[in-house]
Design a protein around this ligand. Structure first.
Ligand SMILES: C[S@@+](CC[C@H](N)C(=O)[O-])C[C@H]1O[C@@H](n2cnc3c(N)ncnc32)[C@H](O)[C@@H]1O
Length: 265
């Protein structure tokens, strides 16, 4: 019989070596050491059972989103980034904003409402991009083709060369379990590899404008330490904007809203 025990991918590959840790300056070393280790596979599997992929209506602060099947119906983790945009913890006013993995399309609506200068909403999933655009126009009016772009893209591959952003937001599918379901893999279980690629592309293509930052949400249901280790190696400076805990059955989850900047060279 096939073994269905959930297994975690090799997450230790990315962690900092003792030498790398010793070479880190403060406050990066303290931040790295403050990050919680990854939860056991059974716990990650359990907390992901509530993932809603069958579509349906979703409401965020009075804004209604008709979510088609195959597109993630946003959950509590999604709302950590939504709230940060809505409340101005992440400032979108006047900014060029990239929403990576836009899903149901809440972040582009909030970015426009908060006065973003330019918005690029991107997702590898065509139905997510189409649904994001429909909700964007429903809530904020027709898109301005010069300023509002909705792109089907594997990470930044469809972004024209030379484009830069002040803010890049990503609620990533970074849980390190394997799934046989391609939709669940896409929205939850792409592991640390997608974040390694995400930071590699931002650094190597210089996608952040001067003073720009990456905003991402990660918890101990992912390899939080390993992912931050990879970002540190690529020259990012991480900062924890918010730590969030949850009530049962999610009380073992420690969610971190991170801001990462790149030293200007
Ligand atoms: C956790 S969901 C977040 C969706 C939405 N932003 C939210 O918070 O509800 C991750 C999103 O990333 C998208 N995604 C997965 N792999 C991707 C890739 N390689 N490039 C772009 N988007 C990707 C998925 O289709 C999904 O919509």
């Amino acid at each position: 019989m096939e073994d269905r025990t959930p297994r975690i991918e090799d997450i230790h590959r990315l962690l900092l070596s003792p030498g790398e840790l010793a070479a880190l300056a403060e406050p990066e070393r303290s931040l790295y050491l403050s990050l919680p280790p990854t939860l056991p596979a059974e716990e990650i599997e359990r907390v992901n059972r509530g993932t809603r992929m069958a579509g349906g209506d979703y409401v965020y602060r009075g804004l209604e989103f008709a979510v088609p099947p195959g597109v993630l119906v946003p959950g509590g983790t999604s709302e950590v980034i939504f709230d940060a945009l809505h409340d101005g913890l992440v400032e979108a006013r006047g900014a060029s904003v990239i929403v990576m993995g836009c899903g149901a399309g809440v972040e582009p609506v909030l970015a426009r409402q908060r006065g973003a200068r330019e918005i690029r909403a991107m997702d590898i999933h065509e139905a997510s991009v189409a649904s994001s655009l429909a909700s964007f126009e429903r809530h904020t009016g027709p898109r301005d083709p010069e300023r509002h772009h909705f792109l089907v893209s594997d990470l930044f591959s469809a972004l024209p060369r030379g484009e830069r952003a002040d803010v890049i937001v990503f609620n990533p599918p970074a849980n390190p379990l394997r799934s046989d379901d391609p939709d669940l893999t896409r929205v939850n279980f792409s592991g640390s590899a997608i974040m390694a690629r995400f930071f590699d592309e931002i650094a190597s293509r210089a996608l952040l404008a001067p003073g720009g930052r990456v905003i991402t949400v990660l918890s101990n249901a992912s390899d939080l330490r390993g992912i931050v280790a990879h970002a540190l190696r690529r020259g990012f400076r991480p900062e924890v904007l918010q730590r969030k805990t949850w009530t049962a059955p999610y009380d073992k989850i420690l969610t971190h809203l991170l801001s990462l900047t790149l030293d200007e060279r």
